[in-house]
Design a protein around this ligand. Structure first.
Ligand code: SF4
Length: 241
């Protein structure tokens, strides 16, 4: 578990590590860079490197030790629905989330097809928010797979936004996060693309969260859109222990 600097969550929990690239949004994968660093530092959990998916049984106990009610990004260093993560382990992760309803879990995947294939074998308590990454029009079909799942709260992460996303069907989608890529070689995000998504959210009554412009100096570029900060989120039920 680690505190997170990601604007739409509080902390991260990584019961699995490792992944492989699947689409253009993966090009400058944060998890890959971080894994390389942690591996070089000799951190045991990352010793096998990025391209080998590993499950960590010991990590399953961690959420039981958190105090209060946390908002948790599940698997910032991997993808829970990667084909190398066995269904039995995904079910174990869900069991932990089911048993700790005081916390809100945000699961994000690019493997929307596998999510769809397995969703009916998972217990979707309402503290589990399920999201898919949609970085450009080539992967909008991920939204349709997500829509068909039994997740109670569904969201899109349009980050890094690297192309326009027009005419999205946001039926049964509760939340959309938009953000530009950051880093030295960041691909630019057009302001018009952001406004287009914001308008679609407004028209289809979906919460809109603008995370960042990104770029080489993401702090300087900030996260305001025409002087406004957009931090909308789905309603969260707070259950006290
Ligand atoms: S799916 Fe996510 S974790 Fe996996 S390579 Fe792509 S960006 Fe990285």
């Amino acid at each position: 578990m680690a505190q997170s600097s990601i604007e739409w969550t509080e902390m991260t929990w990584n019961p699995t590590t490792g992944c492989n690239k699947v689409s253009a949004g993966c090009k400058f994968c944060y998890a890959e860079v971080m894994t390389r660093r942690l591996q070089a530092m000799g951190i045991q959990k990352y010793k096998d490197g990025f391209n080998k998916v590993r499950v960590h049984l010991g990590a399953l106990q961690i959420p039981y030790s958190w105090k209060g009610s946390k908002v948790v990004f599940v698997n910032s260093m991997s993808d829970l629905f990667h084909p190398d993560v066995p269904l039995s382990f995904i079910q174990k992760v869900f069991e932990v989330m089911n048993n700790t309803p005081q916390h809100t879990y945000q699961v994000l995947t690019k493997r929307a097809e596998r999510l769809y294939e397995l969703h009916y074998k998972l217990n979707w308590t309402k503290n589990i928010w399920m999201g898919v990454s949609v970085e450009d029009e080539r992967v909008v079909s991920r939204i349709d797979f997500l829509r068909e799942t039994n997740a109670k709260t569904k969201f899109l992460s349009c980050e890094p936004l690297i192309g326009p996303l027009q005419n999205m069907n946001l039926t049964n989608i509760d939340w959309v996060i938009v953000g530009g890529e950051s880093g030295r070689k960041a691909r630019p995000m057009s302001e018009q693309w952001v406004w287009d998504i914001k308008m679609q959210c407004q028209e289809q009554e979906v919460a809109f969260f603008f995370k960042q412009w990104g770029g080489i100096n993401k702090k300087k570029a900030g996260r305001q859109l025409a002087g406004m900060t957009y931090d909308e989120m789905p309603a969260r039920e707070i259950i006290l222990e």
